[in-house]
Design a protein around this ligand. Structure first.
Ligand code: ZN
Length: 481
């Protein structure tokens, strides 16, 4: 019995063994094959759908696939799930499922329901409306509507660009639309034309007068009076200035023109130091009661001098004419000689200077370009107005005037009050100098009385006497303010 059973068992084992091996081999093959479900999506994996449209399934196929045996037919049945609402913005997921024996596979597709449609702007036109540029454009009306957001008229941005209006609006999805209205002006923007050209080149001077401008529109309407001018020119100071001419209409639109004004400094003649020993006598602050006597002495010696005159003694102003006719040089000193008045500002200085200049012109028939600053260019009496001498020396030279200081001071307006004192100061001052510019005041009787002796001393010492002109050495001091 036991032997029989043993034999039976052995027979069964003999039959089972190949079957197990077969199953094992099959499982091994399947594992190596890595069988799975493979999907083929028609259309893109991420799909964009304009809002308002119906979703149409592009389709999806599935097969079983493995690495050893490849794809095995037939095609598998695919179930698609996940609804897409084409009327509502959002992201939707479509899920595809298919099964092969024990293996189940899954694929997904994203569907983006989006708004790509910008709002629509509609412009209204008013019958019979003919705008003119000057009055500005009066809005005729507009509406804006969006497929999703509905009415968006209130969000419209308007930009007025003179000859047109731009209307823009965006919907919530960021779609923007812009429309342009060309304004049918019956009368258009004017044109500004500067009289005298767009660039002026002028010599430095006391005053600048704008040569003017015109402004006409294309219908010939004159808008000249509506032009505003911005900017300023300082004609006393060389430089480049800008003047802006503009007309603005009621809507704030502007037409403008910019003119360049260049102020050019005068070219002063070069000063020449005379070869001969020379004394330039110069007399400030007159004419006054002693000027006639002085002119007599100068005439007796045939000596020419220079007078830097004022308007302080009106009874003697005719002496300016006489001095001029007798060959002396006339220069401006000051009309008022009031330090605090004339150095208060450049304008004040120019006003005083021009008054004196006009007086000289009235007396001599000529304008002069020679002058002497009250107190000289190195005065400190003007220090209450910081830097004014530095500015004035520059601007006066730029305007073609030459100022003269001195290198010999008679001190007749200082402590020296005698004829002998004046003579001594001048003689000492001229020591070692071949070119002497002497400062005296013809309103001081002792100074005038010293002139005869000074001339004789000068002639004995080899000097000639001369009147100043634009080429004479100006004996400039260093401005101290
Ligand atoms: Zn003076």
């Amino acid at each position: 019995m036991a032997k029989e059973r043993k034999t039976e068992k052995r027979g069964l084992r003999r039959r089972m063994l190949p079957l197990c091996a077969l199953l094992f081999a099959a499982a091994l093959l399947l594992a190596l094959d890595a069988r799975h479900v493979r999907f083929y999506l028609s259309g893109p994996r991420d799909l964009e759908l304009p809002v308002g449209s119906e979703y149409a399934e592009p389709g999806c196929r599935a097969v079983s696939a493995g690495s050893l045996f490849g794809e095995l037919g037939p095609e598998l049945h695919v179930t698609a799930e996940g609804a897409v609402d084409g009327q509502t913005l959002g992201v939707y997921t479509r899920t595809y499922t298919a099964r092969w024996l024990l293996w189940e596979g899954r694929a997904e597709r994203r569907v983006y329901v989006v708004d790509r449609t910008p709002p629509v702007i509609t412009l209204t036109h008013r019958e019979g409306y003919a705008p003119s540029w000057l009055d500005g454009y009066e809005e005729e009306g507009f509406r804006a509507a969006d497929n999703i957001d509905g009415e968006v008229t209130a969000q419209v941005e308007r930009v007025y660009l003179g000859d047109r209006v731009e209307y823009s609006v965006s919907d919530a999805a960021g779609n923007r639309t812009t429309v342009t209205r060309q304004i049918p002006y019956s009368v258009g923007r004017p044109r500004i034309r500067p009289v005298g050209g767009e660039r002026l080149r002028l010599p430095a001077s006391f005053s600048f007068t704008d040569p003017g401008w015109t402004a006409f529109d294309d219908m010939g309407n004159d808008l000249t009076e509506l032009v505003r001018v911005e900017g300023a020119v300082d004609p006393t100071r060389p430089g480049v200035y800008e003047l802006r001419y503009a007309v603005e209409n009621r809507a704030g639109d502007e037409v403008s023109f910019t003119r360049i004004v260049e102020i050019v400094p005068a070219e002063l003649p070069e000063s020449v130091t005379p070869e001969e020993k020379t004394i330039y006598l110069s007399f400030d602050d007159g004419p006054g009661p002693h000027t006639a006597q002085l002119l007599d002495v100068l005439k007796a010696y045939g000596v020419k001098a220079t007078f830097f005159v004022t308007c302080r003694y009106p009874d003697y102003l005719d002496m300016v004419g006489r001095a001029f006719r007798e060959g002396h040089s006339i220069g401006v000193h000051s009309a008022s000689h009031d330090y605090y008045g004339i150095y208060a500002s450049e304008e004040a200085f120019y006003e005083d200077f021009k008054a004196c200049e006009e007086m000289i012109h009235a007396q001599t028939g000529q304008y002069t370009t020679l002058f002497r600053f009250p107190g000289g260019s190195s005065n400190t009496v003007s220090s209450f107005n910081e830097g004014i001498m530095t500015r004035l020396t520059k601007s006066m030279n730029a305007m073609g005037y030459q100022y003269f200081d001195w290198n010999v001071d008679s001190d007749d307006a200082g402590k020296t009050r005698t004829i002998q004192g004046v003579v001594q100061n001048v003689e000492n001052g001229c020591q070692g100098k071949d070119c002497c510019l002497v400062l005296q005041h013809d309103v001081k009787d002792y100074s005038v009385a010293a002139v005869r002796q000074l001339i004789e001393w000068g002639l004995e010492n080899g000097y000639r006497f001369a009147a100043l002109d634009m080429t004479s050495p100006p004996a400039h001091h260093e401005p101290a303010n």
